[in-house]
Write a protein that binds this ligand. Structure first.
Ligand SMILES: Nc1ncnc2c1ncn2[C@@H]1O[C@H](COP(=O)(O)OP(=O)(O)OP(=O)(O)O)[C@@H](O)[C@H]1O
Length: 304
């Protein structure tokens, strides 16, 4: 991975019963990193530590290559956008326009034209207090307000929660456009696998507070496949990354591999026919990965 927007080294936080960490993780600049994991796996805590809303018990975090033992300096904090899983009550009594005025004072790069354009596209209601908006309407305001200062780093904690499918599609399109500058980095925590599929360059998988692994999404999609091959189940012994084998019918064996490219090459070189292949869905890959089947070259618990 290239230079990091944020880097965590040995970061740990005890949350009531659960230990989050130790986590070693780099968010490479210029990419979308999808953060995924079961409920309570520590996604929000990790994001909160990146904003110093929660302070780690151990370890170090750096922002754009710098460490800040106390607060994140304002000029740095202003380069970081955040959509929280839960709406902040501070803006409850403001309209979208009024809240934007406050935000514009805080963020020197605030782009009011872009903000207005996003409110229009998302059909955010005007002149009503944010607390009177529906969950989805408010979420759309929050996404627009997070994008308007064109932050260098955008931390999104379940941003699509409450969005209708049309607004969801718009959000995906806007985030893609936002990334076109090549300067920005997004960390996107989500339970929606399709969001990862459409947006993420890398997938970070958390499990019980630990980093289960980091992988390039395209590499997962290209390599985790189901194959039907002429022959018997014994074949699998000579092939890389085989995690399931089943003799389907006489002379046809079905396998799942995490290293399809190498597997196909070896089969081809051995003159063995691949009868059919199926790319695994990302949710299938993630659940196999969670069960302990690791992407090629990854050791358990190693994320970086
Ligand atoms: N304020 C808090 N005080 C104590 N424990 C907390 C607090 N917030 C979260 N936790 C605990 O920390 C663990 C991780 O929670 P966190 O909200 O980071 O998970 P998550 O992966 O974001 O979950 P979800 O997908 O449900 O949003 C959970 O076991 C949770 O109970």
């Amino acid at each position: 991975m290239e230079q990091a927007a944020i880097e965590l080294k040995g970061v740990e936080k005890k949350m009531r019963q659960k230990l989050i960490g130790p986590i070693n993780l780099k968010l490479p600049k210029g990419y979308v990193i999808g953060l995924i994991g079961e409920n309570g796996s520590g996604k929000s805590t990790l994001i909160h530590m990146m904003l110093k809303i929660v302070h780690p018990d151990r370890g170090a975090i750096s922002w754009f290559g710098e460490n800040y033992p106390h607060e994140i300096p304002q000029p740095v904090r202003r380069q970081i956008g955040f959509v929280s899983e839960k709406s902040s009550s501070e803006e409850n009594n403001l309209t979208a326009e009024e809240a934007a005025e406050f935000r514009a004072e805080w963020y020197p790069e605030w782009d009011q034209t872009y903000f207005e354009e996003l409110l229009g596209k998302f059909k955010v209601p005007r002149n009503i207090k944010l607390k009177m908006m529906s969950k989805g309407e408010r979420r759309k305001y929050e996404i627009a307000a997070a994008l308007a200062p064109r932050p260098k780093l955008l931390l999104l904690d379940e941003p699509s929660s409450g969005l209708d499918p049309f607004a969801w599609k718009l959000m995906i399109d806007e985030l893609r456009q936002f990334m076109e500058s090549g300067e920005a980095t997004i960390l996107l925590s989500t339970h929606i696998v399709d969001e990862i599929k459409r947006l993420a360059d890398y997938v970070v998988l958390l499990h019980h507070g630990k980093l289960h692994g980091v992988a390039e999404k395209d590499s997962l999609m290209d390599n985790w496949k189901e194959l039907w091959v002429s022959g018997s189940a014994d074949l699998a012994g000579d092939l890389p990354g085989i995690i399931q084998v089943q003799q389907e019918i006489q002379g046809v064996v079905r396998m799942i591999t995490t290293e399809c490219m190498r597997t196909e090459q070896i089969l081809h070189d051995s003159g063995i026919s691949v009868l059919k292949t199926r790319s695994l869905e990302l949710d299938e890959i993630l659940s196999l990965w969670l069960k302990g089947h690791l992407p090629a070259g990854m050791q358990s618990g190693k994320g970086d």
